[in-house]
Write a protein that binds this ligand. Structure first.
Ligand code: ADP
Ligand code: MG
Length: 705
């Protein structure tokens, strides 16, 4: 059970004054929530780390103030000059002064009562904001702070600046975060006092305070002691959780899954192709893992289009051959359904019974799947996050495959393992992303890796070009010819930073234009705001070759498989990262016909952007592209985490990360060697740390042991 001390942190953000349903929707956008968390909580505000500070420490005289800077003044309020009646354009002015000169405070569209209350004539006030010069007088438009001398403490000397979202102002967010920090409890120290002393790190509570109520700009630096301490906390929690998983996996014998090969044989016969050498090797490695009495945890890495799904299906068959069950989890509903569709015809031939659980299966159909699952009448369950729900109970889950794992967190993997009987399920994680070694270690600890290094035979290289967007008419002419030959086309609309609205608008506009050119019945549109059923319908029409062109935002990024689609047009390709471009391009080149990728872009390109696009034209090798990507983004920076799709850290993305990680790893190993059940005083405190970083499942392993 989570310690009571942490309860206030895990309450809904709605328990904070000022957060109602409206603000909550804004918070959902502004805060980075861990996978599977639908509603922001107090803790998510605590982890909403500042990106900078507004420095209000300068307290010049009015005469000595530098125009254009942020400053704080102590002034006397002289006289109010409200805007004349009926003239809303003229501002409300309040004249103030100090001993050196006059400062006018300017308010537009002001509420008169409010100003009168804030700035009574004859009173003294501290005001803080950007000072400007207007002719002879100094002025300040809409001061950020107006406080009476006795409330001086309400005016922060250094005000943290947070990542925002439309609808939520910095000032509001500061207030919400501040309240969440006030709910932060003092906790027993879990760090070794030696390391704290050595590195000059504060306690946890003080570190949180320093980050959100900085007294010095260094307090919010990622290299500063407060942030480093919190980063280390997060890494230690992660390493401890992984070490616990390892420990419990070792202590528990898994069962040896051998199978008689009968279902695999039927599947192989049903597949319309023979396996590549890489697929055969990967499968053999998986078979060996499953046959041993250790619990399997293996990563299957294979570039887009390398055929991971077939490997997954054949390995799931092993579990079914011995009479147990398997599960296949995809990160999105579209992908889960697609997996179900591809697998269904093969499954029917091999006598496998499938079930599907996503967020959309509700009511009676859902209950039916659940009861068949519990009765063992489903051999393979395909689904999304919904599979993690507690009421999804297997009769005997022996093997779970997680596709494109990066959308799931480590914690969910743990949750999944706990659904398996007999010491947990064997797990195969599949990803198209070449994950750097350090990241692997962070998120998986020691796991085994299989690689699909070759593409299925007969694939032609994708021809990639980079036409400037001024040539869009030529591009369209070319497409017309290709369409006449039966080709299908993906058209991806630009990524627009932080605005779903304009992203959607751009896609709709492009869709309308192409529909006009090629006929509305041939052009489909898909975007993130569509309902699941709507997306399915569009995807199904495109798969069935009824739609010739699919215009979309980046929702098609992962996994979609329509072998007949041979052309990928990406608009404003310069806005995408290399990894993402590679993923997108991987949607074509899946059959034996010649495929093309067109990277439309706006000239002139920046140096790095040009290098990225040229790289795409030169190679299709995902590993090479990933390496180049790291290089272009300033080598080794872990912060590539976002692009490489790994779950993001809350605070651990800091300079010196690798060293901190190695230290945390040693620390975790040593601790568990000395105190395998975390029973010592430090062990107890570490349990709290695990809960703080939501590794609840890891703590639960103790009970299993
Ligand atoms: P990914 O690794 O990107 O998930 P998929 O599993 O979707 O790739 O496979 C891509 C395409 O290649 C699919 O159409 C699949 O049927 C096909 N495929 C898989 N393995 C082979 C093979 N050995 N020979 C020919 N085609 C294959
Ligand atoms: Mg796939």
């Amino acid at each position: 059970m989570r310690p009571d001390a942490l309860t206030p942190l895990f309450a809904s953000a709605q328990t904070i004054t000022g957060v109602g349903p409206r603000v909550l929707t804004f918070l959902k956008k502004a805060l980075r929530l861990p996978p599977g968390v639908a509603e922001p909580r107090v803790i998510d505000l605590v982890w909403h780390t500042p990106t900078g500070v507004i420095d209000r420490r300068a307290e010049p005289t009015v005469a000595g103030a530098v125009p254009g800077t942020i400053a704080t003044f102590k002034v006397r309020v002289l006289k109010h000059r409200p805007s004349p009646r009926g003239n809303n354009k003229a501002p409300y002015k309040v004249a103030t002064e100090d001993d050196t000169g006059r400062l006018d405070l300017i308010f537009f569209h002001a509420e008169h009562k409010f100003i009168e209350r804030q700035l009574p004539e004859g009173s003294e006030r501290y005001v803080s904001g950007r000072v400007e010069r207007y002719g002879e007088t100094a002025q300040m438009v809409h001061p950020d702070y107006i406080v009476a001398p006795e409330s001086r403490g309400d005016l922060p000397a250094l005000e943290p600046v947070y990542p925002l979202t439309a609808g939520l102002s910095g000032k509001v967010l500061v207030k919400l975060v501040r309240q969440s920090v006030e709910r932060t409890p003092e906790l027993e120290e879990w760090q070794d006092p030696n390391i704290l002393a050595q590195r000059g790190w504060p306690g946890w509570h003080d570190a949180v305070e320093a980050l959100h109520r900085p007294l010095d700009p260094g307090d919010i630096s990622t290299g500063g002691p407060a942030w480093q301490r919190l980063a280390y906390d997060e890494l230690l929690a992660g390493q401890l959780a992984l070490a616990l998983v390892r420990q419990s996996a070792k202590s528990q014998r898994g069962r040896s899954l051998k199978g008689d090969g009968s279902i695999r044989k039927r599947l192989l016969a049903a597949l319309p192709f023979s396996l590549t050498n890489s697929q055969v090797t990967a499968l053999a490695e998986i078979e060996t893992d499953m046959a041993s009495d250790h619990r399997m945890l293996r990563l299957l890495q294979g570039d887009v289009g390398s055929g991971k799904t077939a490997v997954a299906l054949l390995s799931m068959a092993i579990a079914v051959e011995i009479g147990a069950q398997a599960a296949l989890m995809a990160p999105t509903e579209v992908l889960a359904r697609q997996h179900a569709e591809t697998i269904l015809p093969l499954a029917e031939k091999a006598g496998l019974r499938l079930g599907l659980i996503t967020g959309r299966e509700k009511g009676k159909p859902r209950r039916e799947v659940l009861s068949r699952l519990a009765a063992g009448e489903i051999d393979i369950l395909i689904g999304t996050h919904a599979v993690f729900q507690p009421d999804v109970v297997f009769k005997d889950l022996a093997f779970a495959v997680i596709d494109e794992q990066h959308r799931f967190g480590v914690h969910q993997r743990l949750a999944l393992q706990s659904k398996g009987g007999n010491g947990g399920a064997n797990v195969l994680v599949m990803t198209a992303t070449p994950i750097p070694r350090t990241l692997l270690m962070t998120h998986y600890g020691d796991l085994d890796v299989s690689r699909l290094t070759e593409k299925p035979a007969g694939r032609k290289p994708i021809k990639t070009t980079m036409p400037a967007d001024g040539r869009i008419e030529d591009v369209v002419d070319g497409l017309r010819r290709m369409l006449a030959q039966g080709a299908q086309i993906y058209w991806v609309c630009p990524l627009i930073e932080s605005s779903d609205v304009s992203e959607l608008a751009a896609a709709e506009e492009r869709h309308a234009w192409l529909a006009q050119l090629f006929g509305a019945e041939h052009v489909g549109l898909m975007h993130g705001a569509m309902k699941g059923v709507e997306k399915d319908a569009v995807m199904a029409a495109f798969s069935a070759d009824k739609l010739k062109i699919l215009v979309s935002t980046t929702v098609i990024e992962v996994g979609v498989n329509v072998p007949n689609a041979t052309i990928m047009v990406i608009e404003q390709a310069e806005r995408f990262g290399l990894a993402q471009l590679h993923q997108l391009r991987g949607r074509v080149g899946r059959g034996d016909r010649q495929s093309y990728c067109l990277l439309l872009h706006t000239e002139p390109l920046g140096v790095t952007a040009r290098k990225r696009l040229e790289m795409m034209c030169e190679t299709e090798d995902g590993f090479l592209i990933a390496e180049k990507d790291l290089e272009l983004r300033g080598g080794g920076e872990l912060m590539g985490a976002r692009q490489s799709g790994m779950p993001e850290f809350r605070v651990a993305g800091v300079p010196g990360f690798e060293e901190l990680l190695a230290t945390a790893r040693d620390d975790a190993t040593m601790q568990l060697n000395q105190d395998p059940t975390l029973a010592s005083p430090r062990g107890q405190a570490l349990r709290t740390l695990l809960y703080l970083f939501e590794c609840d499942e890891a703590v639960r392993l103790f009970r299993a042991a």
